[in-house]
Design a binder for this molecule. Structure first.
Ligand code: VNL
Length: 395
């Protein structure tokens, strides 16, 4: 038997939806299909993130079945074009009309933040699979994160660079949450280790033109340029860096792994060889589990290589599946959330933990260098920091 809340009467839909914004009743279904509303940028500037995460979620379901604890799992994919107003409307529709048990995805920070109040009001777990600003998990007690944080990976570079002959740096980041985090946490650690930050540059998120910024870097002539740009923008930075001859001017490129993104890396050309980055996932991670994951992903997606977004999506599905199993298929928001907290498992990236206090992911962070393997470019890991918590939470 389906309960029919008043919202469902024909004609009242629009009005009901508007009033539901003020207070969303908890209305996820305890029987029938278990629904996951996956909100992703499927078009626009961040479309590769949506493509990677959807493919990974579908792979997880293909490998683990679409029935969990006796309930059929249904994935409802919605395109928010990485636009927070759209994210918010879609989250509301998914919760109120589709009665999803979980909302998931969230390609960029503003999208994750736009949905957070709805997760709180409706007591629906929100699994953040991509967005990586430290503060996101503090926006709702119903948020659990399967991706990473920028402080987590940037601090590692602040330690590595000064030990490897890099004494002066210019930073260049996309001017929004994750970029600000990357700049702050890299800079603080680098300075603590005796490094000098000569200049801090910020480029707009939308349609960035890197050329004038890179010219400034060339003129400043630091030992290295530290970069964060979101997944999808790395190839443009690499191209401009080489075209402007920064490498020939003796300036090294160092970055978070968002820049040498596995989704684009193999097309960046030989100029990318030797670039050192810090990140939580490489398609070249040499574990048996990862080899299986990469092979299966490529096979199911016409040779597309999984990147860190895909792993966030894959592990996010694992977190949801195991929580549903542990609740015996109940699907109640609070019960699910409680079983998401504290999960420990082996991911294709390595061992991970969902910290029960912060609901954020604790994971290994790797030093990697772009190298050629079997004729293809990969981020080859050469060092690791074990079990890194988000340093942003210590504030
Ligand atoms: C974010 C962070 C997005 C890192 C990214 O790619 C990324 C974000 C779309 O928090 O908005 O690589």
């Amino acid at each position: 038997m389906q309960r029919r809340p008043f919202l469902q009467f024909a004609g009242l839909g629009a009005i009901a939806l508007a009033s539901a914004a003020a207070s969303l009743p908890a209305m996820a279904q305890a029987s029938g299909p278990f629904k996951i509303g996956l909100i992703l940028p499927m078009t626009g500037q961040q479309a590769s993130t949506g493509r990677q995460i959807e493919a990974a979620a579908r792979l997880y379901m293909a490998q683990n079945g679409d029935t969990v604890a006796g309930r059929k799992v249904e994935l409802i994919v919605k395109d928010d074009v990485a636009t927070p107003d759209v994210t918010k409307r879609l989250a509301q529709e998914l919760i109120v009309n589709d009665k999803v048990n979980v909302i998931a995805g969230f390609g960029v920070t503003p999208a994750a933040l736009a949905a957070a109040p709805l997760a709180t009001q409706a007591k629906v777990p929100q699994v953040v699979m991509a967005a990586a600003t430290s503060s996101i998990t503090e926006a709702s007690p119903f948020i659990v994160r399967s991706s990473f944080t920028l402080p987590q990976v940037s601090v590692a570079m602040g330690d590595w660079a000064p030990k490897n002959g890099i004494k002066s740096v210019v930073t260049l980041v996309a001017d929004y949450g994750p970029g600000n985090d990357a700049e702050k946490f890299f800079t603080e650690r680098f300075a603590l280790n005796g490094g000098k930050v000569v200049d801090k540059l910020r480029v707009p998120l939308r349609n960035p033109d890197f050329a004038p910024f890179l010219q400034k870097v060339r003129d400043a002539k630091p030992d290295a340029l530290f970069v964060f740009v979101p997944s999808g923008a790395g190839a443009a930075v690499m191209k401009q860096f080489l075209e402007r001859g920064l490498d020939k001017a003796g300036i090294k490129l160092i970055a978070t792994g968002d820049v040498t993104d596995d989704d684009q890396l193999n097309d960046m050309g030989e100029g990318a060889l030797g670039v050192v980055t810090t990140h939580h996932y490489s398609a070249a991670h040499p574990s048996a589990l990862n080899k299986k994951f990469v092979e299966a992903f490529e096979k199911a997606n016409k040779g597309m290589r999984p990147n860190f977004m895909a792993v966030g999506g894959y592990d996010g599905m694992r977190i949801i599946y195991e929580a549903l199993k542990a609740t015996g298929g109940k699907g109640d928001g609070q019960a699910l959330l409680d079983k998401m907290k504290g999960q420990v498992f082996e991911s294709p990236r390595g061992q991970v933990l969902i910290d029960a206090q912060t609901r954020d992911i604790v994971q290994d962070v790797y030093l990697r260098k772009v190298e050629k393997k079997d004729g293809k470019l990969y981020n080859v890991e050469f060092d690791v920091l074990k079990a890194v918590k988000d340093p942003g939470k210590a504030k």
